[in-house]
Write a protein that binds this ligand. Structure first.
Ligand SMILES: Cc1ncc(COP(=O)(O)O)c(C=O)c1O
Length: 395
């Protein structure tokens, strides 16, 4: 047996939970990603999805993807830089730029590769990159790949951010990178304060709108728009894998920054372009988002209802202000047991344990979609209350 095999023979963390019958990962779904999904022949209420706009099963999105598949085939067989650019990609980049009110955008094949590639490229030796402690893994990886000096501050703690900025040279490039909506806890970045500090200390700011797009701002333009700060934010990143019912991502910025990234960003140039079907699906979802503002209104209706009901029932839900509702458990093993018992009761939720959160902050993540009904939310709340009480997490 080789050295690698010797080392990984000892990696038995997942097996511990499998043996206990509470392993919560890679559960196979055998239907579309809707408010109810089919799993192992059972109907399960889906509160683990990131499809906030509820468009993944929308017939118009599916038809747009099918039409693109028929017209362009199944893949592009190359990167955007060389043979992989379709008129569809160019059109979507144009529409996204108009949507988020920036000069230009670039579309990538995943949201992860946007952060990973852009951050590695946009700052370098002699620059500084400053992140919130709870930023997404893709931001952390992009930060690690850059040659900039890496700094971070305590989650949403503006005093700590100022402490970090104070020590940096006024004329150096300093990029602050934040999740607009934090993906596990559902709270928002304090963008008004961050922008104030940006101006005070001569920094640039990048906002990851993965969970803000389709949820906040006019027609779902995101949290930068919600705070009226789009012009103050230098780079806006978004994904297609949540509200845009597809897969892929984009970076939006001024024309010179985009021109630079278009010709240098490694995950853009050295990776195949997004599939025709995924690109067309994202574009159709973007159209629907703008044509049907009532979807977002309904999302907020059920979100407010769920927030109120969880609070009434005594759940600890933290500082969330979004359709992402963290239900704190504060114990890894119990977090898996909650997930399992909820699933047995027909409710799908996601367990969140380190490294996605601090060890003392484990939780189950309950997320809403625009097509959830209050009756479905109520069923979820009642089932979860029973589980939380049974395990002594709440009274
Ligand atoms: C905040 C944030 N940024 C980036 C990503 C990566 O996006 P994608 O899943 O489209 O690759 C995610 C996805 O989980 C995310 O939550």
């Amino acid at each position: 047996m080789g050295q690698l095999q010797e080392r990984y023979k000892k990696y038995r963390e997942p097996q511990k939970f499998m043996e206990a019958g509470v392993y919560p990962y890679f559960r196979a779904i055998t239907s579309k990603q809707g408010t109810e999904v089919e799993m192992a022949g059972q109907n399960v209420l889906m509160f683990g999805s990131n499809a906030y706009t509820g468009l993944t099963g929308d017939q118009r999105v599916i038809d747009a993807a099918k039409a693109a598949l028929d017209k362009y085939g199944s893949g592009c067989a190359g990167s955007r830089f060389l043979n992989g650019t379709l008129d569809l990609h160019v059109q979507l980049e144009k529409e996204l730029a108009e949507f988020v009110h920036k000069d230009d955008t670039l579309c990538f094949s995943t949201g992860f590769s946007v952060n990973q590639g852009v951050l590695a490229q946009v700052v370098g030796k002699g620059d500084y990159i400053i992140c919130d402690d709870r930023d997404h893994a893709s931001i952390v990886d992009g930060r690690r790949l850059s040659f900039a000096r890496q700094l971070h501050y305590k989650h949403n703690d503006m005093e700590d951010l100022e402490r970090v900025l104070k020590g940096l040279p006024q004329d150096s490039i300093k990029l602050i990178v934040v999740d607009g909506v934090f993906s596990m806890e559902g709270d928002l970045a304090k963008l008004p304060e961050i922008v104030e500090l940006k101006h005070k200390y001569n920094c640039s700011v990048m906002v990851d709108e993965a969970h803000g797009l389709g949820v906040f701002g006019k027609n779902g333009r995101g949290v930068c728009d919600y705070f009226g700060l789009t012009d103050d934010i230098d780079l806006i990143m978004g994904t297609f894998s949540k509200s845009l019912a597809s897969i892929g991502g984009f970076i939006a910025s001024d024309k010179d920054t985009i021109n630079y990234l278009r010709h240098t960003c490694r995950t853009y140039i050295f990776s195949a372009s997004n599939t025709p079907a995924a690109t067309a699906a994202a574009m159709e979802a973007l159209h629907i988002l703008q044509e049907e503002p009532e979807r977002i209104e309904h999302l907020w209706d059920v979100t407010k209802y769920a927030l109120k009901r969880f609070r009434e029932e005594g759940f600890e839900i933290g500082e969330t202000e979004s359709p992402i509702i963290p239900l704190y458990v504060r114990d890894i093993e119990k977090t898996f047991i909650v997930t399992k018992l909820a699933f047995d009761a027909g409710v799908f939720i996601n367990p969140v344990i380190p490294p996605a959160c601090a060890p003392q902050d484990t939780l189950v993540r309950f997320a809403l979609m625009a097509n959830h009904t209050k009756e479905q939310v109520e069923r979820g709340v009642v089932a979860l209350k029973k589980v939380f009480v049974e395990l002594g997490i709440i009274k």
